[in-house]
Design a protein around this ligand. Structure first.
Ligand code: FAD
Ligand code: UDP
Length: 368
């Protein structure tokens, strides 16, 4: 009998597989896809360019523990992510910063000037509850409409007023010229890509990887002591309380004959087109190549579940599944889909490391 079956070879499942195997446990890691890495999977496309199959993945964290842990499996390429948005025919920095305002309005404000500029426009909602409140309370309605309202409607199929504040709160506003997308202490890309990092992580004699196989196919065939499930929690329970809504994306990958497609790694299109953003991978990876590969992201309602949708009614539905999970013995739910949380990679790693500590504390308690 194997100690653990882990469903899903993304960050949640792979970190737990590595930790448990290193702790002496035997692990069978199952994924329905034909590769490890989950949504962080990258590969060389037909032109020989390293691309992220499921959209741009940039590693950033404030946790030294998480960064150190992953550093066991990869070297890093220092990388600061930058994004521009096309608004009113101009390509300007997002997060909104001093240069965004000066370019858009033909001004030459300094930081204090920008603070005053925003203070005149900011609205004061009674409470900051929704994704609309967050932005209008910082930059006012006009900038909200230029940068956030339509992008959010496209991305989520919902108006920002229908989404939790946490969604647009991911994007800061700055009154200086800092044009980095993230301000975390650690920002870098795995030197040889995410998939190589996962390969190193999972290279352990006590981990057996089974790809192209859904949990359903193996459920009755492998005897195990504990199950870790990192797929959608509602699917695990056969949608007993109804379906949890997820947002999906169609990724349209292209290779272009020119060396450079756009000046910045990502360009957002809040108000034009059906896609939200275009990513040029060579900017992320630093690869040199005479051609370049890009991806367009078209958000959709149907398709693989990529984004849990943060809003109160979904949190209530999730709570029912969470309660059911709590009284389902020997099954543990982890990850973005398993716990229905709009988590970044580092948060999933952190959650998996915490789960490992919890599981091994249980084992110690049982032994004692
Ligand atoms: P996943 O990576 O989704 O892995 C779950 C795995 O489980 C999948 O491989 C799936 O095939 C498998 N599975 C599910 N159900 C079953 C089943 N029944 N049987 C067998 N296998 C199953 N985070 C960042 O930190 N920075 C970024 O820049 C960033 N960009 C992103 C861009 C996009 C477009 C998306 C969608 C996400 C982005 N993320 C980013 C988030 C990041 O992808 C996630 O935090 C992380 O990959 C989640 O890991 P996970 O293991 O929880 O889930
Ligand atoms: N957002 C927006 N305009 C932008 C960038 C982001 O309205 O130019 C909003 C949108 O709702 C998006 C959210 O902020 O879903 C979070 O953005 P982020 O770039 O973190 O999204 P992710 O990379 O997770 O898709």
């Amino acid at each position: 009998m194997v100690d653990y079956v882990i469903v899903g070879a993304g960050f949640a499942g792979s970190v737990l597989a590595e930790r448990l195997a290193s702790y002496g446990k035997t692990v069978v890691l199952v994924d329905a896809r034909n590769h490890i890495g989950g949504n962080a999977y990258d590969h060389y496309d037909d032109a020989g360019i390293l691309v992220h199959r499921y959209g741009p993945h940039i590693f950033h964290t404030n946790s030294e523990e998480i960064f150190r842990y992953l550093s066991r499996f990869t070297k890093w390429r220092p990388y600061q992510h930058r994004v521009r948005a096309v608004v009113d025919g101009q390509t300007v920095p997002i997060p909104i910063n001093l240069d965004t305002i000066n370019s858009l309005y033909g001004l030459s404000l300094d930081s204090n000037g920008m603070t005053e500029f925003l203070a005149k426009r900011a609205e004061k909602p009674l409470a900051i509850t929704t994704s609309e409140d967050v932005i209008v309370s910082k930059v006012g309605r006009e900038l909200y409409e230029k940068f956030f309202r339509n992008y959010t409607r496209k991305q989520w199929g919902l108006d920002p007023s229908e989404l939790d504040a946490s969604v647009t709160a991911r994007v800061p506003t700055r009154t200086n010229r800092d044009d980095r997308y993230f301000s975390d202490a650690f920002q870098s890309m795995p030197l040889h890509g995410f998939t190589r990092m996962f390969e190193n992580m999972l290279d352990h004699p006590r981990i057996k990887i089974v790809l192209n196989t859904s949990f359903r196919e193996v459920a009755g065939h492998i005897a195990y002591k504990e199950l870790i499930f990192t797929g959608p929690i509602d699917a695990f329970f056969n949608y007993r309380f109804g379906k949890l809504p997820y947002r999906s994306i169609e990724f349209e990958h292209q290779t272009c004959d020119q060396e450079v497609f756009q000046e910045t790694p990502v360009v957002n299109y809040p108000n034009d087109y059906l896609y939200t953003r275009v990513t040029e991978f060579k900017h992320l990876t630093g690869q040199k190549h005479p051609k370049t590969s890009i991806v367009y992201e078209y958000p959709t309602a149907e398709g693989d579940p990529y984004y849990p949708i943060p809003r109160a009614e979904n949190a209530n539905l999730y709570r029912q599944y969470k309660e059911l999970a709590a009284c389902t013995p020997n099954v543990h739910f982890v990850g973005r889909l398993g716990t229905y949380k709009y988590y970044n990679m580092d948060q999933v790693v952190g959650q998996a490391l915490t789960t490992f500590r919890h599981l091994t504390a249980q084992t110690k308690a049982q032994v004692a």
